[in-house]
Design a protein around this ligand. Sequence first.
Ligand code: SF4
Length: 202
Amino acid sequence: MDAGEILPVMEMFYTIQGEGYHTGKPAFFIRIGGCDIGCHWCDVKESWNANLHPLTQVNDIVNEVSKSSANSVVITGGEPLIYNLEMLTKTLKSKNIATFIETSGAYPITGQWDWICLSPKKNSPPLEENYQYAGELKVIVHNKNDLAWAQQHAVKVKKETLLYLQPEWSKREEILPAIIDFVKSNPLWRISIQSHKYINIP
Ligand code: SF4
């Protein structure tokens, strides 16, 4: 596993990216099991225990992607950077498949990425060296305090990094008005909503 030849895959599916910069684009999702961050609002807690998810050869993962029409993958989790993702991303890119990742940034970045979505988590903030690689900074907003917290991360990314605030799903009705007001007052930020959940796709 250290060489990244096998990974605990929780699920793989071809769908439409519902959130962030690539919203609306078809993408093959690879959800890798294992996360020790422990966000209380996490909507994929079943991903946390890596031992529950079958160790899968990188070649088998890439074969599944190749069977679809996808030209990009989103590697998500869990926290995918717990693992060495060099071999997976290298193999995908050798087949001209773009590589996107969703990560808390709490672990060193491995792999070759076309797009990094850095989504900081309070329990385990990003490593300082990871901010510079973010194509987008996506902060999940659970309460109003998270808006000020988001600004603390925004000053650490490059100036061209896109800034997104995304309501935490269970609080969306309650928190959305505050996010809208915030974005209107701070126009560098954009709103990301989990559009896949509104159209009932994974
Ligand atoms: Fe869940 Fe992601 Fe937080 Fe891990 S980092 S607990 S997978 S929301």
